[in-house]
Design a protein around this ligand. Structure first.
Ligand code: SAM
Length: 281
């Protein structure tokens, strides 16, 4: 009997099928998930296989290639949109205390919120800048891969049920006003003041396949790179380096780091705890 090859084992076969699925998605739709962290990606793909009532990843590939709606559902599974206003409040406290004074020295401030999900982070920034008297000379570009979450972000309507947590975060982040002044309640929803959006542009941008589109004084990309493998994290950090002006500031998520990436030599650590870095070269 021939020796059992590695590729014949169910685990390995599934890896091959997964590679084929990701290649197929890239070729047909242009979405490149090939360098997303594998374990969680596979879990989510297998969940979609089950939900579609299919037999395996290969069947999902066949369906996704022929059915755009199935692709949209899978896209929803592959991108995690969990977010909240003033998420990890100590990050915003640090931005208020040490980054705002730096931004104040510029006549005009350009900010990129990359992977903004349904917009809570961008609205948080707008509120903070408003309270610091900086909003009228700021422009926030808030981008995400997902059109669906961007549509929600543009509306500025969030479930009223999330306002308790958002208010707590706002207070913990050093908010100086009354959080309820920023929205009005209507039935089950909180409608955020439209003037908070006056300097936010929400647009689709894919960190994997799209390139630099402006130069920024501040880039936030929090809780996005955790879903990427090392190679993709490196690519995205390079994109941020290119997209920052000299002395521009980068803020990433609590569970993310640039410490082991070669690009780190171009940055000064402003606050390692809050993952705030400044481009020096
Ligand atoms: C967990 S949310 C983080 C939202 C927000 N930054 C925060 O920290 O609360 C991750 C977001 O990254 C987006 N994302 C994933 N892959 C992306 C890519 N290749 N390009 C741009 N955005 C991406 C997802 O659609 C999702 O909305």
């Amino acid at each position: 009997m021939p020796a059992r090859r590695k590729e014949d084992q169910p685990e390995e076969l599934e890896q091959i099928e997964l590679d084929l699925l990701l290649n197929g998605i890239y070729r047909k739709y242009g979405y490149d998930f090939r360098d997303y962290a594998r374990a969680s990606l596979k879990r989510r793909v297998l969940k979609r296989v089950k939900l579609e009532g299919l037999d395996g990843i290969s069947e999902l590939l066949g369906k996704v290639l022929r059915d755009d709606e199935c692709m949209a559902r899978l896209l929803g599974d592959l991108t995690i949109h969990v977010t909240s206003m003033f998420r990890d409040p100590s990050f915003f406290t640090a931005v208020r205390a040490s980054i705002i004074p730096i931004l104040r020295t510029y006549p005009y401030v350009r900010i990129w919120d990359a992977g903004c999900s349904s917009g809570e982070e961008a609205y948080s920034l707008a509120i903070m800048l408003e309270e610091e008297g900086l909003y009228d000379r700021a422009q926030i570009y808030a981008t995400d891969i997902s059109e669906e979450v961007l549509a929600r972000a543009k509306e500025g309507i969030f479930p009223l049920s999330t306002m308790r947590e958002n208010t707590q975060n706002y207070l913990a982040a050093g908010g100086t006003g009354s959080f309820s002044d920023y929205y009005r309640a209507r039935y089950e929803n909180a409608l955020f003041r439209p003037d908070l959006r006056r300097h936010i542009v929400f647009a689709q941008h894919n960190l994997v396949t799209d390139s630099k589109f402006n130069e920024f004084n501040l880039i936030l990309c929090r809780n996005v790179m955790i879903y990427f493998n090392q190679r993709l994290q490196s690519r995205v950090l390079k994109l941020f380096h290119e997209s920052l002006e000299q002395f521009g500031i980068l803020g990433i998520g609590k569970k993310e780091t640039m410490r082991f990436d070669p690009i780190a030599k171009h940055f000064e650590i402003l606050d390692e705890n809050e993952r705030l870095y400044r481009r020096m070269s």
